[in-house]
Design a protein around this ligand. Structure first.
Ligand SMILES: N[C@@H](CCC[C@H](N)C(=O)O)C(=O)O
Length: 332
């Protein structure tokens, strides 16, 4: 049996999108994990250039949801959400069903998604809802500062003498700190990110996505992320949403809810808007590219055995358009 996957990305955070409805029976969780570990490997060991994870699309039984998205990280662990991935899944399901605005089932919520104006020619873009938000240590799987119930803009002395962290689940766990440019580009992010995701530390035993954020100007931030289950990525959509939330909450003197925030990252840019709902709950809009790079087909048995010799590929041409778009960001 052949498996068809689409290589996609949002801000350079890249995935293989696997529609399980192509199979007579969906793959088992063990099969999905093995596939993700095999095909995502970098440096020529995976399928083509590898990926940060696999986006698994399934049918949804939920009324109003056009489909379901599961996120398998490159190391085979499953994440509750993926903001950059959701935009590409929204594009995939929207095209299949000729719909512009709908919901997608994710692990904890059926999230609103919507097609928006292209970022540039052949750079289609989507807006996706990021929620639910929680600061609760139990939800985050966090054991820090003598079992503090929340950590918002506070030092975690075990991690760093100087940095102040905020821990927030959106709903996957994030640790956010605002830093100067030197710290943004320095070694601390790698040190803390690797340590918090070693599976042995007592602060985040299940791991956490760690982001360093530099404020570039009013409603303009740069986010660099070390992702749980992956490592350094070009961008992490939920991290950029969590960082935008903390930017609004901690910089009320210069910004507020419902304002568009320009978020740059090593792979490009997105826009975010932070909202506070009627019940005081926070939620974010994440708006960015949903790029389909190529379509890859290979025998399933071979993909599961990490043999890519019979893989065939059709390139869409969208990556060139995306790279041209990113070029305009650096020359603007
Ligand atoms: N890249 C994603 C997040 C993927 C999941 C993350 N690695 C985790 O384990 O929580 C995004 O764009 O949000």
């Amino acid at each position: 049996m052949a498996v068809k996957m689409i290589k996609v990305h949002g801000s350079g955070n890249d995935f293989y999108l696997l529609d399980q409805t192509q199979f007579p029976e969906p793959l088992t969780d063990a099969g999905l994990k093995q596939l993700a570990i095999n095909i995502c490997k970098r440096d020529g060991a995976g399928l083509f250039e590898g990926a940060d994870g696999v986006l698994v699309v399934d049918k949804s039984e939920h009324p109003g949801a056009l489909g379901r998205m599961r996120v398998i990280n490159a190391d085979g662990t499953e994440a509750s959400m993926c903001g950059n991935g959701l935009r590409t899944v929204a594009r995939y399901l929207g095209t299949q069903n000729s719909r512009d605005a709908f919901r997608v089932q994710t692990m904890y919520a059926d999230l609103k998604v919507q097609a928006v104006a292209d970022f540039a020619e052949h750079v289609p873009a989507f807006s996706v809802e990021i929620s639910p938000v929680s600061f609760d240590a139990q939800t985050l799987g966090m054991h820090a500062n003598h079992e503090a119930a929340t950590i918002i803009n506070e030092k975690i002395p075990a991690l760093s003498d100087t940095l102040k962290f905020s821990a927030v689940a959106v709903p996957n766990p994030h640790l956010i700190t605002f830093v100067d440019h030197e710290t943004l580009m320095g070694p601390e992010l790698g040190r803390i990110g690797k340590w918090m995701n070693d599976g042995q530390n007592s602060i985040f035993p299940d791991g956490v996505n760690v982001s360093f954020v530099e404020v570039l100007g009013q409603n303009s931030i740069f986010v660099r992320t070390f992702e749980r289950g992956v490592g350094f990525t070009n961008a992490c959509g939920t991290a950029m949403s969590a960082s935008s939330l903390m930017y609004v909450l901690l910089h009320q003197e210069s910004t507020d809810f419902n304002q568009e925030i320009h978020v740059t990252n090593p792979g490009g840019m997105v826009k975010t808007v932070v909202h506070q709902g009627a019940d005081e709950e926070y939620w974010m809009e994440l708006i960015g590219n949903a790029t389909f790079v190529k379509i890859v087909t290979l025998p399933l048995e071979e993909a599961l055995a990490a043999d890519y010799s019979q893989a065939s590929v059709t390139v869409t041409g969208e990556q060139t358009a995306y790279e041209n778009f990113v070029e305009t960001l650096t020359t603007a």
